[in-house]
Design a protein around this ligand. Structure first.
Ligand code: BJW
Ligand code: ZN
Length: 237
């Protein structure tokens, strides 16, 4: 059996990383997600955007994968599993998954915003989040930015093509912890449904996809995912 997983911020929420559209994102609660995660926002106020990523970078390094991440890794004993994630943390990999396609990049990679040269900046350890931090500067004078995909930027071809292939080859797609409102990523479950595939959604809340999926499990990732793939042959008949 071949399984594709399409994950979003909800799967990391139980590790302690706030979801993207969470009301409780501290200092940044006052900002629209677009302001801190768009190329326009970066061009307008890089210090604000850099501080937001510095805080999330520190947080993501401190937290551990949860039962949801570990369950998906365990499925590899029973099936070929491709994880397609919108998350920029590395909790799927740290949870043990071997094939992870990052559609929105990684917050652990950095490059110059002007010359694209990869960078490995020294990250200051903040004891508490601050609203503005000056980004490091490249030798060319450009600002160093995180290797993530912001609104208004293209997704990287490699992970995107791998994700489409994984969807097309999958017998079943598990959609977990995503609001499914950000495109083109959100078109992947639609693609699987258009192909008549079984799509299982795991999300405590309904999303625009919920009416179309085969099954919507209205619960958390850590409650639904352990043992799910082992039970799938019985569930799917
Ligand atoms: C749980 C849980 C638990 C909680 N268990 N579940 C077509 C139509 C309309 C617009 C567009 C379109 N095509 C493109 C666009 C524009 C735009 C877009 O989609 N806009 C819409 C929002 C309107 N897309 C883009 O700009 C994309 N690029 C692009 O299209 O390129 C072409 C182009 C070029 C030039 C100009 C214009 C276009 C790029 C999108 C990049 C998105 N980047 C971000 C930031 C990445 C870095 C970072 O993370 O910091 O990606 S935005 C943000 O949203 C982040 C996430 O990956 C992404 C998705 O969020 P996600 O993961 O779904 O999180 P939440 O918080 O929304 O949802 C969490 C869910 O979990 C909730 O449902 C909870 O209920 C649930 N949950 N606890 C299970 N325990
Ligand atoms: Zn540079």
């Amino acid at each position: 059996m071949q399984v594709a997983v399409f994950s979003g911020a909800g799967i990391s929420a139980e590790s302690g990383v706030p979801t993207f559209r969470d009301d409780e994102v501290g200092l940044w609660a006052q900002y629209d997600p677009y302001e801190v995660s768009s190329i326009d926002g970066w061009n307008r106020h890089p210090e604000l955007v850099w501080a937001w990523y510095l805080w999330r970078w520190q947080l993501s390094r401190r937290v551990e994968p949860n039962l949801g991440h570990r369950a998906i890794a365990d499925w590899e004993q029973h099936a070929k599993v491709h994880v397609i994630t919108q998350n920029v943390d590395n909790l799927h990999e740290r949870g043990g998954s071997s094939t992870v396609h990052h559609l929105h990049g990684s917050m652990f990679e950095f490059r110059c915003a002007d010359c694209d040269h990869p960078s490995n900046p020294v990250m200051p350890e903040l004891t508490e989040p601050v609203l503005e931090v000056a980004p490091p500067v490249c030798d060319c004078g450009g600002l160093i930015r995180p290797g993530v995909v912001w609104f208004g930027e293209d997704l990287p071809d490699g992970p995107w093509n791998a994700a489409v292939e994984a969807i097309d080859a999958a017998d079943v797609l598990i959609v977990v912890g995503t609001s499914g409102v950000v495109y083109p990523a959100a078109s992947l479950p639609e693609r699987a449904l258009d192909q008549g595939k079984t799509v299982i959604q795991v999300n405590p809340e309904p999303t625009p996809l919920s009416d179309r999926v085969t099954v919507h499990l209205r619960t958390t990732a850590s409650a639904a995912l352990p043992g799910m793939v082992q039970r799938l042959p019985f569930l799917l008949g």
